[in-house]
Design a protein around this ligand. Structure first.
Ligand code: GLN
Length: 403
């Protein structure tokens, strides 16, 4: 829909970086309209994970199968901001921006061995960010270490008159102290995140990380986020409903693509949108319009908003009980080969891949994925810290100690 489109103004985040002397190297590939978790559904084709070509991974693959074609097993980056992750991971740039509505910055960060930060909702301006779910979208930051993420956040954070949801209070610079003593910290481990689908490797690294905090004197406790099991479904209803509304602006008149059909305005709208959107986008528009039908609105959209409030309250309860940060996996497993990823229907995939990440968006909380270790196959695995709203500095300080 937006192929070749050149926006007439810069997003606030881009302008802020330029104002500080940053060099904008280019735009990166992603799933169409940031809908996805693999970076396999973009208009420029799928994004390849640079780790597919690491020596260790290639040797492991070779041992497994002698006849495999070297290039046939390349791995997905995760997504939707996979191009940004690939660019940073391959050392082609210092940092990259992503968008994070349900995990799109943290998921590819975990799969590419990077730090992926989703700041608190309202800390960074969304002006110029093409919306997916306005009430959850946050510009995200991908870097190779936590300090780099803090530097970029320091540039981006703050009130923007062009985004009324940004905080009014002035923000302090994000300079991270070197934490040496974690003994006063309380780390929460949400028991609902121990799902059967979690790979054994991620599970054991997760408990290793918890043990590390404990051995350094931190209090590590099991906590409950009781509405977790409703979270994915609730996200889906809210996401598709907002998508149905947000995508209405792409009508062939104002932005981007317009088809050649000119028999009527309606026919032009329909053909433009049929040609300009991929299956994923069209599917979400249809689902969203279904949930917003007069007879469904109360039962789906309004109900999902109420459930969202319960999910957000679960976090408030846990943080009010004295927990400083939550420690969770970011993804179920390491990056999988493209051929394996596309076997599954993208709706099922999305539901699985966002399992640990989307709740922080629904609650507006800051969350960061930090590389933990390499798997047996030599691929990166990340873990996620979720913090209190607007305690991004504290969250990053703990993440820095951990990395
Ligand atoms: N995978 C999620 C989705 O497709 C997250 C997308 C995002 O964060 N941009 O909705």
């Amino acid at each position: 829909m937006l192929r070749g489109y050149v926006p007439p103004y810069n997003a606030t985040v881009v302008q802020k970086l330029l104002d500080q002397g940053a060099l904008l190297m280019g735009k990166t590939n992603l799933d169409e309209f940031a809908m996805g978790s693999g970076s396999t559904d973009g208009v420029f084709g799928p994004v390849k994970n640079p780790w597919s070509y690491s020596k260790q991974y290639r040797e492991k693959r070779k041992q497994k199968s002698h006849c495999e074609n070297e290039d046939s097993n390349w791995l997905i980056t995760g997504g939707s901001s996979g191009g940004s992750a690939a660019a940073v991971s391959a050392f082609t740039c210092f940092a990259a921006l992503g968008s994070d509505t349900g995990g799109s910055t943290r998921n590819p960060a975990a799969h590419c061995g990077l730090v992926g930060l989703k700041p608190s909702y309202g800390l960074v301006s969304r002006h110029g960010l093409i919306p997916l779910v306005n009430s959850m979208d946050v510009p995200g930051i991908l870097t190779r270490c936590v300090d780099d993420a803090a530097i970029v956040l320091g540039v981006l954070a703050g009130h923007d008159p062009k985004d009324s949801t940004t905080i009014q209070d002035p923000v302090k610079p994000f300079v991270l102290p070197s934490l040496t003593d974690v003994s006063k910290l309380c780390i929460g481990i949400p028991k609902e995140y121990l799902t059967p689908e979690l790979s054994s490797e991620v599970r054991s690294l997760w408990s290793k990380a918890a043990n590390l905090f404990e051995s350094e004197g931190a209090k590590v406790i099991e906590v409950s986020l009781p509405h977790t099991s409703y979270s994915i479904v609730c996200y889906h209803v809210l996401c598709t409903s907002e998508v149905a509304s947000n995508m209405a602006r792409f009508d062939g008149l104002e932005y981007g693509h317009r088809c050649d059909i000119d028999v009527s305005t309606e026919a032009m709208y329909a053909a433009t949108r049929r040609e300009g959107f991929n299956d994923v986008v069209r599917g979400r528009i249809l689902s969203g319009n279904f949930f917003l039908l007069k007879e469904n609105y109360e039962n789906y959209f309004v109900k999902a908003q109420k459930v969202r409030r319960l999910i957000a309250n679960d976090f408030v309860t846990v943080f009010n009980s004295g927990v400083d940060v939550l420690l969770t996996p970011t993804t179920l497993s390491e990056a999988v080969p493209y051929t394996e990823f596309i076997k599954e229907d993208n709706r099922t995939r999305s539901a699985q891949d966002d399992i640990f990440t989307q709740a922080a968006n629904m609650a507006g909380l800051p969350a960061v994925s930090v590389p933990m270790a390499l798997s047996n196959q030599g691929l990166p695995i990340g873990l996620q810290f979720i913090g209190r709203a607007f305690c991004d500095q504290e969250l990053l300080t703990i993440a820095k100690w951990f990395e």
